[in-house]
Design a protein around this ligand. Structure first.
Ligand code: CO8
Length: 259
């Protein structure tokens, strides 16, 4: 039994729901440890053919890392947490079965990074995407600086990551971040339809194809990830990070000094 996750199986399709709707499904440390346990289970499941990932409630897929837990994150912790989350998201990316992100609302920061680790993304008309880390005085740490440019191109990724602005579902579709935009009430049915179609294909072919396509994206990914993590750690040492996180928690506008 999990507190922050709901996992169900419908025949050979897994449905994983991130379940902290009162915090817009923000990723806490507890959620990450539960996710690791669940992944141990999923990785061993020989019958599974596809996995759908979504968020509980009608507002958010995942609104990012839990900002409360950023308050005490210094460089040492920043590096450790970033590496841990990169590993967990890479496990999702490299699951033997395809993973479909059904983005039902906000996919921000770590939530966008989670969607990026999935094989395919579809979303509802009310979905919004963004990498607002820079507004908190930090940079992405869960793989976003590496996966986003690979998916949408350097310039678009730069704009999203450097401005922290959100984009809506249609814009996400236009830039290739999602494959389909659907009315909210159809999202889960369409995700299931897609999962079933893939599940109906030869499992080993699907598995090998997924692995081959994934590998195509790895030029020198290790250095990119390491660099991201060190820079994330560095961003945790700044005054602006302290200000950005406090401002969010105190529901006020941050004043930044570039220090
Ligand atoms: N963390 C913690 N709590 C959150 C988060 C979050 N990311 N997002 C929302 N919540 C909470 C709110 O604090 C609020 O709680 P409460 O009711 O107790 O005050 C509740 O969820 C509902 O949220 P709002 O009242 O703010 O809802 P609105 O509809 O007014 O606004 C928004 C929705 C626009 C999504 C707004 O909540 C928001 O801006 N959230 C933060 C988004 C964000 O900045 N995300 C990025 C976080 S940083 C990150 O993900 C870094 C990942 C990589 C670094 C980690 C590497 C290890």
């Amino acid at each position: 039994m999990y507190k922050t996750l709901i996992y169900e199986k419908k025949e050979n399709i897994g449905l994983l729901t991130i379940n902290r709707p009162e915090k817009l499904n923000a990723i806490s440390n507890e959620l990450i440890s539960e996710l690791k346990k669940l992944l141990d289970e999923i990785e061993k499941d020989e019958d599974l053919r596809a996995l759908i990932l979504t968020g509980a409630g009608d507002k958010a897929f995942v609104a990012g890392a839990d900002i409360k837990e950023l308050v005490d994150r210094d460089a040492r912790l920043g590096r450790r947490v970033s590496q841990e989350r990169q590993e967990v998201f890479s496990r999702i990316e490299n699951l033997p079965v395809p993973v479909i992100a059904a983005v039902n609302g906000y996919a921000l920061g770590g939530g966008l990074e989670l969607a990026l680790a999935c094989s395919i993304r579809i979303c509802s008309e009310k979905a919004q995407f963004g990498a607002p880390e820079v507004k908190l005085g930090i940079i992405p740490g869960d793989g976003g600086t590496q996966r986003l440019p690979r998916l949408v191109g350097l310039g678009r990724a730069m704009e999203l990551i450097l401005t922290g602005d959100f984009i809506d579902a249609q814009e996400a579709y236009r830039i290739g971040l999602v494959n389909k935009v659907l009315p909210q009430e159809e999202l889960m049915d369409k995700a299931m339809e897609l999962a079933k179609k893939i599940a109906s294909r030869p499992p080993l072919a699907v598995r090998f194809a997924k692995e081959a396509v994934n590998r195509s994206q790895e030029g020198d990914a290790a250095s990119g990830f390491a660099l991201e993590s060190y820079l994330h750690a560095l961003s945790c040492t700044t005054e602006d990070k302290k200000e950005g996180v406090s401002a969010f928690l105190e529901k006020r506008k941050g004043k930044f000094k570039g220090k």
